[in-house]
Design a binder for this molecule. Structure first.
Ligand SMILES: Nc1ncnc2c1ncn2[C@@H]1O[C@H](COP(=O)(O)OP(=O)(O)OP(=O)(O)O)[C@@H](O)[C@H]1O
Length: 246
């Protein structure tokens, strides 16, 4: 079933299972500038969900609000049913929400091993098992890795913390198509095998809808429509002309 923003605020449309991450009626922004208006979304364990929309739609802001880095004016963000509001980004990370930002935020002078050691937590995933490509690069500094290896390290660093929820912003940015496919397929497998709830922002709509189970379309800080990936693929021409002004 595909529904639109006319749903009442606070009823985050859920996936197949019970939601791990729930965003309900979220208003958020920067100082006096309100960017998000009543955003509702949810992600269940084992689900890869994409957040789509044009530049400036509020996709990154949604992720930043979930990880406590943008002020929430009203609404709620819950992880396993418990509100994350008023928690610091550190406290939210301890509640097992990991965020891979668009710029990857690696330390160029630290090696692969050093990054992974810094982030490893009990129950964390074995990153070298997930991304064997990093094995032979363990002693290399992050600054000399290829773009794809850097993205694997950024994802690996988040996964080493053993998250329940993973937020990924523009994973494909600047990467060759073959590398992007590898990363999407790895993330899909990890989500399913580890029961991880993944919310990803992605500009490559068709690629995202090939790997994600569901998606939300944001424009002007509001969820305009959402549905399964198959529904959104089929409706994409109409979505573009109705909501994205193309
Ligand atoms: N630090 C900031 N201070 C003020 N406004 C900001 C700030 N960061 C983003 N914005 C504004 O918030 C709106 C939403 O930005 P956001 O980055 O969330 O969009 P997006 O959908 O992720 O787009 P993009 O794909 O371009 O990153 C934009 O109008 C942007 O100019």
């Amino acid at each position: 079933m595909t529904t639109t923003v006319s749903e009442p605020a606070g009823t985050a449309p859920a996936g197949a299972g019970s939601a791990v991450l729930e965003v309900a009626g979220l208003d958020a922004g920067y100082g006096p500038i309100q960017v998000l208006h009543g955003v509702d979304l949810s992600v269940s364990a084992g689900e890869l969900v994409c957040l789509l929309g044009p530049n400036g739609a509020g996709k990154t802001t949604t992720l930043l609000a979930c990880s406590g880095m943008v002020r929430v004016a009203s609404g709620d963000i819950r992880l396993d049913g418990r509100s994350l509001l008023r928690l610091s980004p550190h406290a939210i990370a301890r509640r097992k929400l990991a965020h891979v930002p668009e710029d990857r935020s690696l330390f160029p002078s630290l090696t692969v091993d050093e990054h992974l050691r810094l982030c490893a937590r009990p129950g964390g995933m074995d990153v070298l098992e997930l991304f064997p490509e990093l094995r032979k690069r363990r002693t290399k500094r992050a600054g000399v890795l290829s773009g794809g290896e850097q993205q694997m390290l950024a994802l690996g660093r988040a996964l080493a913390t053993g998250p329940r929820v993973l937020l990924v912003d523009e994973m494909s940015m600047g990467l060759a198509p073959v590398v992007v496919e590898r990363l999407f397929s790895a993330l899909q497998e990890i989500a399913v095998s580890a029961g991880l709830a993944v919310l990803m922002v992605e500009q490559h709509v068709h690629l995202a809808l090939r790997y994600a189970q569901r998606g939300y379309v944001l424009a002007g800080g509001r969820v305009r429509t959402h549905g399964t990936a198959a529904e959104l693929r089929e409706r994409w021409p109409e979505i573009e002309s109705s909501y994205l002004g193309r």
